[in-house]
Design a binder for this molecule. Structure first.
Ligand code: NDP
Length: 397
């Protein structure tokens, strides 16, 4: 039984709060803190005010330290934005408390998607005897665990991975992103990188497209290759991987809007002068777009996120496809959020359970594939995200 402090009361924070509240056997006391306290209070009201709330600016380390000292949690779950990661890690170091997040640190002014800053905390976390679990969402997160499962159980050697993320849901809005628009658009408009021949190879954003026939009635959809952060840790920790690619579905309508917004400069992340003040266009755009949280009741359809791993087993070339299907409306019914927030928030809570029960615990800074995937998945299914495993031959082209 442990006290937990959740930081961030957006789409993902809401799911994390609901799911922690469902597991009182683990989370005896829950505090939800964020920049805007009224958002925490609204989530607490959904839970009959059975959790505590607080206001904190997670970019202010002394404020964070004071809150952590007051709450005395065993673990801080960071589901604010990637910009806050290092500040929250600093506060955890100062107070000697474990840390978990779902996205790698990002500087505000450059889209980098690298673990280097957080990996640099390794020695300090080790010496303090505390643990940081990085990227415990779905992708990164469960996709790392699926890859580790392929390496542990289904293949002797993993040589290639394709991580494929489909949102086959629809919210009926002309243009909206399913999670924080700023983070989403930064990711999609960044130069594409994939791993091949021992290095990351660059290509223009969204320049490689395929059609993938998704399982369970979803059917064929266009997928586009883009860079995603879990590839960096996966090729480091599973060095037999010779090729790693990440693919995501986008509708023609989404891409049409994105192209126009990009062409007119609305996706820029640097400051521009506007009527005597400085604004960052993508932050202004975020203010205009629908709040992803408001899409919950409108979104119908499913997500399908998984990993195809290819390699050898007993000398034979083999492929395994491990995926999860999640239904937007079922998620909304359970926790009043759509599946994108749900598929991120549930693995964050399962990561927290792994740490708090000692099933995954060691001082230092860790990525998800470095621990036993089977104990994690044993908890993830009953918590709402069961996996499907399809084994087959490695298709020859
Ligand atoms: P939202 O924008 O909906 O929520 C972010 C929350 O963080 C808001 O409540 C916001 O407060 C709060 N916040 C922002 N800055 C601060 C600050 N300085 N101090 C305190 N609180 C702050 O984002 P999501 O819930 O969609 O995403 C949360 C995280 O999950 C992000 O890091 C995102 O990258 C990650 N993610 C990971 C995925 C995965 O599969 N691994 C998939 C999807 C998301 P306010 O309301 O005041 O703005």
């Amino acid at each position: 039984m442990s006290k937990v402090l959740i930081i961030g009361a957006g789409g993902v924070g809401q799911v994390v709060a609901h799911k922690c509240a469902q597991r009182r056997d683990i989370f005896s006391e829950i505090t939800l803190a964020s920049r805007t306290k009224s958002k925490c209070d609204a989530i607490a009201a959904q839970l009959n005010n059975s959790i505590n709330t607080a206001r904190v600016d997670a970019d202010n380390v002394p404020e964070l330290v004071a809150l952590i000292k007051e709450v005395q949690p065993k673990l801080v779950i960071n589901v604010a934005l990637p910009y806050q990661d290092l500040h929250i890690m600093d506060a955890c170091l100062e107070t000697g408390v474990d840390y978990l997040d779902t996205a790698n640190y990002e500087p505000l002014d450059t889209a980098k998607f690298e673990y280097s800053w957080q990996w640099a905390y390794q020695e300090r976390f080790k010496q303090a005897g505390i643990m940081a679990l990085l990227g415990s969402g779905f992708d990164p997160g469960v996709t790392n665990v699926y890859t580790a499962l392929a390496a542990k159980k289904y293949l002797d050697v993993v040589e290639e991975i394709d991580i494929i993320d489909a949102n086959a849901g629809s919210h009926g809005q002309p243009f909206a992103t399913n999670f924080n628009p700023e983070i989403n658009i930064r990711e999609v408009t960044a130069t594409c990188r994939h791993w091949e021949n021992g290095a990351f190879q660059e290509s223009p954003p969204l320049s490689t497209k395929r059609v993938f026939d998704f399982p369970e009635g979803i059917g064929p959809m266009n997928i586009y290759r883009l860079y995603h952060e879990e590839m960096e840790s996966l090729v480091r920790h599973i060095p037999t991987i010779k090729k790693a690619q990440f693919w995501m579905t986008f509708s023609d309508n989404y891409l049409k809007h994105l192209e126009v917004l990009q062409n007119v400069g609305m996706t820029r992340i640097d400051e521009v002068e506007f009527q005597g003040q400085k604004i960052v266009p993508i932050q202004f755009l975020k203010a205009l777009l629908p709040d992803p949280g408001s899409l919950g009741p409108l979104t119908k359809g499913k997500t399908c996120i998984g990993v195809i791993a290819r390699g050898t087993k007993d000398g034979q070339r083999k492929q395994v496809y491990i995926y999860n299907i999640c239904d937007h409306e079922a998620c909304y019914k359970e926790v009043q959020s759509q599946a994108i927030s749900y598929t991120t928030g549930v693995p964050a809570v399962v990561g927290a359970i792994m740490m708090l029960t000692g099933k995954w615990h060691a001082p230092g800074v860790w990525n998800m594939e470095q621990f036993d995937p089977e104990v994690f998945l044993k908890e993830l299914g009953p918590m709402g995200l069961p996996e499907v495993v399809v084994e087959g031959a490695w298709p020859e082209l």
